[in-house]
Design a protein around this ligand. Structure first.
Ligand SMILES: Cc1ncc(CO)c(N)n1
Length: 235
C-alpha cells in the first residue's frame, strides 16, 4: 500500500482537534470580537516576549543541526523576523491595553511559559533537526490558522481593535519568506530518514507544543502564576 500522506500532513491532522479547541478559547474569541481584559493582554505580552526570546534561542539550536546553507539561511532569516517583525502584534496588544511595551519586557516566566520553553529546549538538546522543527512548528501553524480563520469570518473589520494582530498573522506567510511551508518541507524531507518508532515520538513533540499553545492562551486568560515560588526575571 502506498502512503500518500506526507509527514507534515500527518502532524496537522493529528493537531487539528487541539487547534479547534484553541480557536474556541475565550482569549482567542476575545481577539475575534475585539474585547479582552487589560490584565489578560498585558500578562500575554509579558509572557510572549519571554517565549519569543526562547524561540530565537531554539532557532540557534536548530542551526547547529543543519546540514546545508539553505537550512541555515532559513533559520537565520527567521531569527531576524522574530526580532524585527513579531514586535508588531505585541504593540497592538500594548496599544489596546494602554501600556508601554518596554514595561512588559522584564516579566518572570509563568509556569506554562517555562514548560513550553523547556519543551523546545529539550527537543533542541536531545532531538534531531526533525524533532526541533516539530517542536517549533505549532507556533507559526496555530497563529497563521487563527489569523486566516478570523479573516474568513470577517473579524478583521475596521471596528475591531485587534485588526492589526489578525492581519499580521493572516499575512504572515507573505511577509516572511513562507515560514510554514518551509518548516513543513523540512519535516517532509527529514521524515523518510526515520523509522516509525522515531516518527511517533516526533509527533508527540509536535502535539505537546500544540497543547502548550492552548495552555499559553489559557494561562494569560487566567493570569496564572506560580503558586508558591516567586520566580525572577529570565531572558
Ligand atoms: C506562544 C506563541 N505561539 C506562537 C506565536 C507566533 O509566533 C507566538 N508569538 N507566541
Amino acid at each position: 500500500m502506498t502512503d500518500t500522506v506526507s509527514f507534515s500532513q500527518r502532524l496537522v491532522k493529528a493537531g487539528t482537534p487541539i487547534f479547534n479547541e484553541i480557536l474556541k478559547h475565550p482569549f482567542v474569541q476575545g481577539i475575534a470580537n475585539g474585547d479582552l481584559p487589560k490584565e489578560a493582554l498585558t500578562f500575554y505580552v509579558g509572557q510572549d516576549f519571554n517565549y519569543l526570546n526562547a524561540f530565537i534561542k531554539v532557532y540557534a539550536g536548530a542551526i547547529q543541526k543543519c546540514e546545508n546553507r539553505k537550512q541555515m539561511s532559513f533559520f537565520a532569516q527567521q531569527i531576524g523576523f522574530v526580532l524585527n517583525s513579531e514586535i508588531h502584534p505585541h504593540h497592538n496588544f500594548c496599544d489596546v491595553a494602554g501600556v508601554e511595551y518596554e514595561s512588559l519586557q522584564h516579566e518572570a516566566q509563568a509556569p506554562f511559559t517555562y514548560l513550553y520553553n523547556e519543551h523546545m529546549y529539550n527537543a533542541a538538546r536531545t532531538g534531531d533537526l526533525i524533532d526541533v522543527v516539530a517542536a517549533m512548528t505549532p507556533c507559526p501553524w496555530t497563529y497563521i490558522e487563527i489569523g486566516n480563520e478570523l479573516v474568513r469570518q470577517g473579524k478583521n473589520s475596521e471596528s475591531n481593535v485587534f485588526k492589526p494582530w489578525i492581519d499580521f498573522y493572516a499575512n504572515f506567510d507573505d511577509e516572511d519568506g513562507s515560514v510554514l511551508p518551509s518548516m513543513f518541507a523540512m519535516l517532509d524531507a527529514e521524515a523518510p530518514k526515520y523509522q516509525e518508532e522515531h516518527l511517533a515520538r516526533t509527533e508527540e513533540i509536535f502535539l505537546k507544543s500544540c497543547e502548550l499553545e492552548w495552555e499559553f492562551w489559557d494561562q494569560a486568560w487566567n493570569q496564572r502564576g506560580w503558586r508558591f515560588v516567586e520566580p525572577k526575571n529570565t531572558l
